[in-house]
Design a protein around this ligand. Structure first.
Ligand code: GDG
Length: 736
């Protein structure tokens, strides 16, 4: 079985230092539990930071820490105090966390933070590479390590890498604000599988990929260089059995076994018959909507005063990132709000809000979950929210009501909860009233469905599904039947060319010899390319032909003073090296008058697009358009054109970000066969990047070398990654 290396910012354990004595305590968090089976399978290891900085550890202690955590099948990444300040509290929690949660006003884009983020991601990469063995797969977690997948892939291209983001991925309009957005995206694209909690985050991510990196996305697959990156949603679950069983045992506790907290809760519950407890648990984080919740609760008590003295809100806020200024402000605001509400509404026998600012042991958490009639979960933005799930799991008698913000990822799967908008206090007040008055049968009916789902899609299942999907990505590449050119194949091609008596080399231009440009007029050949072509063209017994959809006028301008063989307009015109242009096809172009106005309406309605008018064809270019709008328009245009051209001997060609209408009797394949019939070539090599080149690949003899540029479905036998590799290959012909 292949081994999995799990990587997260923090290790799933706590290292405690008591008078230079080490204690290693495993964490019990959701992630640690979910990954347990993956971690234990086939000697997997977990890589992350131990929680102690280099400054806190001298050399001998550091060794001891390493040894102690190695015992837990973990390995540590050593971080300095400076790393923690700039990478963790800095870029991760003062830029990425607020931005990804739509708190733009809290984001700080410090270059120093960014530099540290890159360095620390590299530190993680170095440790991963050190531990990586052939056949291992890596699963990277969360927003602190967005650059890590590509750093691993750079060094170990054949390693399978998965990545899961635990927080939301924001919409493109938000994500684009980040100054180093391209780097983040390309960092993530090092993974073979990218997982998000919900389809919305997945959709936002794909939208950024299309708009910022302008990559091709088909359904949930991104073509990135010569790889396919799969994107999917995997809603994280909880350790259902652990919470359910703990709650079950809790109900069996004798009064002696009850905790102090439980006793206080019991006092409240027993105070009067219609008393009720509302619970909230979260880290003290501005994304969790804590001030909103307090204000909404205050509004509820004022709107429905009959519940005063009967209902109490118990708020557990766990200290978090307290050296980030916004968290300090939030603490102050929360303290003040709780003080104000309690001050204004409390009576001698009742305080409306019990507020705990601390973390509690697991057993106390169970006390709270099992004693609360209602869970009030109101984040303004939350990747998933496990507390909502844990509350439902502990309701062993199926009583209890969950009020859940629609801004939490969990809301997508927990339809049976009462859904609220955390900014609508009136709605929250009504939801609390509805929850308080909900008949028991309805509570049971809702919780039955919720519990069944939570039990089925547990955190273990979540981890398993992710790993299964990662495994499946290993086969994605196989749908592309062509073979990547490697050194051995290069040598074979060059050798065959050398031994041939008469060779034909057919080269497509755009996307093959030259990269794409927003404006096709500006993609003229550079000097390096011209020098390379000159040398190639001078090879003896070799006919080099540039074969393109470009018009003859453009090629005349670019290559008129060269003695290359040229074929333009997809095969309408041929120019033999030292001769004049000759028409290979006699074509009409009177159809253009009818088609042009149609294309013009598409240009008007699709900003960034334009028409290229050639002598025998019309091309609608959409490279610069919004990719999502363009996708809709191409389907529309295709439908309109197909119905129009059917009787006209015209065809619609879908090129690379261009739709071209031209005579159906012309294509590069026909032009290629004409050339092949004029001479007895014993070596044929053809290379091209788009759909129009497929005709060429079809027409050349079976033993010809057909090469596609880019990792796409093709009839070519081989492929190369990009235009740079094309030039490297041509240089090899020259050097041979
Ligand atoms: C991030 C995303 C996403 C809380 N207080 C105590 C305590 N907890 C435990 C809860 C729960 C966990 O902490 C909190 O998880 P959440 O999901 O609610 O929130 P984040 O910490 O913000 O987590 C979030 C999650 O990652 C997973 O992908 O759902 O959206 O922001 O398990 O039980 N545990 C103990 N004492 C406490 O006082 N023992």
């Amino acid at each position: 079985m292949s081994r999995t290396i799990i990587v997260s910012n923090r290790l799933p354990l706590q290292v405690k230092l008591n008078n230079n004595e080490l204690e290693v305590v495993p964490s019990v968090g959701g992630l640690a539990t979910g990954m347990k089976s993956v971690h234990k399978e086939g000697d997997g290891i977990w890589i992350g930071w131990s929680g102690l900085t280099e400054e806190e550890l001298d050399a001998s202690l550091a060794k001891k820490v390493d040894k102690a955590i190695a015992k837990e099948n973990c390995a540590s990444v050593n971080l300095t105090e400076n790393d923690i300040q700039n990478f963790y509290y800095g870029l991760s929690n003062r830029a990425l966390w607020p931005l990804f949660h739509y708190f733009i006003e809290y984001t700080e884009f410090e270059r120093e933070f960014w530099e540290s983020y890159k360095e620390v991601n590299q530190k993680f990469a170095d440790v991963v590479i050190d531990h990586l063995e052939d056949g291992d797969q890596v699963w990277v977690h969360d927003y602190q390590l967005l650059l890590l997948p590509q750093m691993i892939k750079d060094k170990k291209p054949s390693t399978s890498v998965g990545f899961f983001l635990h927080i939301p991925f924001p919409s493109y309009e938000i994500f684009r604000i980040f100054p180093w957005r391209e780097e983040l995206l390309t960092g993530m694209l090092g993974a073979d599988l990218l997982g998000f909690h919900t389809y919305d985050y997945e959709r936002h991510f794909l939208s950024s990929i299309k708009r910022i990196l302008r990559l091709d996305v088909k359904f949930n697959e991104i073509t990135y260089h010569d790889r396919i990156v799969k994107v999917d949603s995997f809603p994280m679950g909880i350790d259902y059995k652990k919470f359910h069983n703990a709650a079950s045992n809790h109900t069996k506790q004798s009064s002696k076994e009850r905790s102090e907290l439980q006793k206080r809760l019991d006092d409240h519950i027993q105070a009067s018959e219609d008393t009720k407890l509302i619970l909230s648990i979260d880290r003290l984080d501005y994304t969790k909507g804590i001030p909103n919740r307090i204000r909404a609760f205050e509004h509820f008590l004022n709107k429905y005063p009959q519940f005063k003295e009967k209902v109490r809100l118990i708020m557990l806020a766990v200290p978090s990132r307290s050296n980030v200024p916004q968290y300090q402000l939030l603490k102050k605001e929360t303290d003040e709000l709780v003080g104000r509400v309690n001050g204004q509404l409390a009576t001698v026998s009742w305080t409306p809000i019990w507020y705990f600012y601390r973390s509690m042991p697991f057993d106390n958490l169970i006390d709270l979950y099992t004693s609360a009639d209602i869970a009030l979960i109101t984040p303004v933005r939350d990747g998933m929210n496990l507390v909502a799930k844990e509350y439902v799991a502990t309701r062993t008698d199926k009583s209890g009501v969950l009020i859940l913000s629609e801004m939490a990822g969990a809301s997508k799967e927990m339809n049976e909860a009462i859904m609220i908008n955390p900014n609508n206090f009136d709605q929250i007040a009504d939801a609390i009233k509805q929850a308080l008055e909900m008949p028991l049968e309805e509570q049971i009916a809702r919780n039955t469905i919720l519990q069944e789902r939570l039990e089925r899609y547990s955190v273990e299942k979540w981890a398993h599904e992710f790993m299964k999907s990662l495994e499946a990505t290993k086969n994605i590449g196989e749908v592309i039947v062509s073979t990547k050119l490697n050194d051995q194949l290069y040598n074979k091609i060059i050798g065959d060319h050398k031994n041939a008596e008469s060779s034909l080399i057919l080269l497509d231009y755009d996307g093959t010899l030259k990269g794409f440009h927003d404006n096709p007029k500006q993609a003229s050949p550079d000097t390096t390319l011209l020098e390379l072509l000159d040398k190639l063209n001078n090879k003896k017994n070799t006919d080099v032909v540039i074969i393109s959809g470009r018009d003859k006028e453009t090629f005349e301008k670019w290559f008129g003073n060269k003695n290359y063989n040229l074929i333009t307009d997809h095969g309408v015109w041929l120019k033999k090296s030292d001769k004049d242009w000759e028409a290979l096809e006699r074509l009409k172009n009177d159809w253009m008058e009818n088609i042009r106005p149609i294309l013009e309406t598409f240009v008007d309605r699709t900003p960034g697009t334009f028409i290229e008018e050639k002598k025998y064809s019309l091309a609608w270019h959409y490279r610069k358009a919004d990719p999502e709008l363009a996708q809709i328009r191409t389907i529309e245009l295709n439908t309109v054109l197909t119905s129009l051209i059917s009787n006209n001997d015209l065809s619609v060609l879908k090129g690379n970000k261009v739709i071209e209408i031209k005579s159906s009797s012309v294509n590069k394949g026909r032009a290629a066969s004409r050339l092949l019939s004029t001479k007895n070539y014993d070596f044929v090599f053809t290379i091209g990047d788009d759909w129009t080149d497929e005709y060429m690949f079809e027409e050349v003899p079976e033993d010809a070398y057909t090469v596609k540029v880019g990792f796409k479905k093709t009839k070519a036998r081989y492929y190369v990654k990009d235009t740079n590799e094309v030039r490297t290959l041509l240089q090899k012909f020259v050097d041979a």
